[in-house]
Design a protein around this ligand. Structure first.
Ligand SMILES: CC(C)(COP(=O)(O)OP(=O)(O)OC[C@H]1O[C@@H](n2cnc3c(N)ncnc32)[C@H](O)[C@@H]1OP(=O)(O)O)[C@@H](O)C(=O)NCCC(=O)NCCS
Length: 181
């Protein structure tokens, strides 16, 4: 018997969350190479080129789906518009995955991030069978706080200093949130 690993796919009203493929690299690089996007994340560097996107795709394809999840967000008309995932569901993080996401700037303020986060959380509960997700958004990123609130996260009251690669490693006050299934 041979085991077949199937990458999960999540469909929402306008979006599909699916595993990245190498042909997504130009679209990802084009959207992420924007400090307004990368500077609101911890890990994404700036500038961000094709080789960065290809390296991320390779890592995502080697994903251990018990611990991490990595999808591109594909719009039914516009193709790849963003990325979303969870990391650290392993023991070192008390089994609590942390959500991360980004949308390319041309696609902001159309409700896509909220729709993608809600869809991903349905998968977390029903298929991944996790019942806690943590999140942290930089204090100067209220739009992300709004997305998380709309998706059902609550502020814990904790503020952590977290580095941002695209801000040269500067530590940024980060408001922590939690979601319970
Ligand atoms: C944060 C981000 C994902 C939001 O994506 P989006 O698709 O525009 O989000 P949505 O349209 O679903 O919702 C945005 C909400 O923020 C609100 N918003 C936008 N700018 C805001 C601001 N400056 N202050 C407060 N709220 C703001 C919008 O009005 C909307 O809320 P509403 O529907 O209640 O009106 C996107 O801006 C992004 O990718 N930013 C860079 C990367 C990033 O921040 N990733 C998250 C790291 S924690």
């Amino acid at each position: 018997m041979c085991a077949v690993e199937i990458t999960p796919v999540v469909s929402t009203e306008r979006l599909i969350l699916r595993g990245p493929v190498i042909t997504d690299a130009p679209a990802i690089a084009g959207l992420v190479n924007d400090r307004n996007v990368s500077g609101m994340t911890g890990m994404i560097p700036h500038p961000y080129g094709l080789s960065d996107a290809e390296a991320w795709i390779s890592r995502a394809q080697a994903n251990d789906w018990d611990r991490d999840a990595n999808w591109v967000i594909e719009h039914q008309n516009f193709g790849v518009v963003g990325g979303i995932g969870f990391k650290g569901a392993g023991a070192q993080n008390n089994g609590r995955p942390e959500i991360g996401y980004w949308l390319g700037r041309p696609f902001w303020n159309r409700g896509y991030a909220t729709e993608a986060v809600r869809g991903a959380l349905k998968w977390v509960k029903r298929d991944w069978r996790k019942n806690v997700v943590v999140a942290g958004h930089f204090a100067d990123n209220p739009a992300s706080g709004q997305v998380l609130c709309k998706a059902g996260f609550l502020y814990t009251g904790d503020v952590e200093l977290r580095p941002s690669a695209a801000r040269g490693g500067a530590e940024v006050p980060t408001r922590m949130m939690v979601w319970l299934a």
